[in-house]
Design a protein around this ligand. Structure first.
Ligand code: HEM
Ligand code: HEM
Length: 130
């Protein structure tokens, strides 16, 4: 279950980093937004599956959920992914506030990917890989 948890989180980060790289470097191409959305959706789905795997893993093990710093940072990271995803969608739904929502999405996306990378490192420390 640990491999599934870590694997989904790694795949999620990889998918979102690729999506953001496309948003930053291929903005002149017609397809950038469609690929950015698809990679953002795939990445967010991986993070949710990775979270379900973590819950199952801990409930089959110690049963003590959210007991170590990796797990609190984990919850913050998962909420940040969902927030960024929601802001990505909302900028097309609430047109009056598009400028603000777009700015929030850009910044929350950058912060999300940074804390996600930190959390991958903290998980790797936790199991003694680093
Ligand atoms: C959780 C997944 C996602 C992440 C981490 C993410 C992250 C980002 C980041 C960091 C940028 C700024 C890129 C730059 O500096 O040029 C960006 C731009 C953008 N994203 Fe996302 N995004 C995600 C999902 C989505 C979704 C689902 C949509 C739409 C439905 C979307 C729509 C956009 C748009 C329209 C821009 C351009 C904003 C602008 O022109 O300032 N994103 N995204
Ligand atoms: C951004 C990526 C990651 C996120 C968001 C994340 C999130 C979480 C969360 C929320 C939990 C708590 C589950 C619970 O207490 O019920 C957890 C547990 C755990 N994660 Fe991660 N994780 C990530 C990456 C990793 C990686 C890469 C590893 C190992 C290589 C790892 C190893 C573990 C371990 C061993 C536990 C169980 C801790 C315990 O027994 O209390 N995680 N993770």
């Amino acid at each position: 279950m640990l491999k599934i948890h870590a694997g989904f989180m790694l795949a999620g980060l990889f998918s979102m980093v690729t999506g953001v790289t496309i948003a930053m470097s291929a903005r002149k191409k017609k397809w950038w937004l469609s690929i950015h959305k698809k990679l953002g959706s795939a990445g967010s789905s991986c993070v949710i599956l990775g979270f379900m795997a973590a819950l199952y893993m801990v409930s089959r093990g110690t049963g003590e959920h959210f007991a170590v710093p990796h797990t609190y940072l984990g919850i913050v990271t998962i909420l940040a992914v969902l927030f960024t995803y929601t802001m990505g969608i909302m900028q097309f739904k609430v047109r009056r506030k598009v400028v603000n929502i777009r700015l929030i999405h850009r910044w929350s996306g950058r912060v999300t990917l940074s804390i996600m990378l930190l959390n991958l490192l903290s998980g790797s420390f936790l199991i003694g890989m680093l």
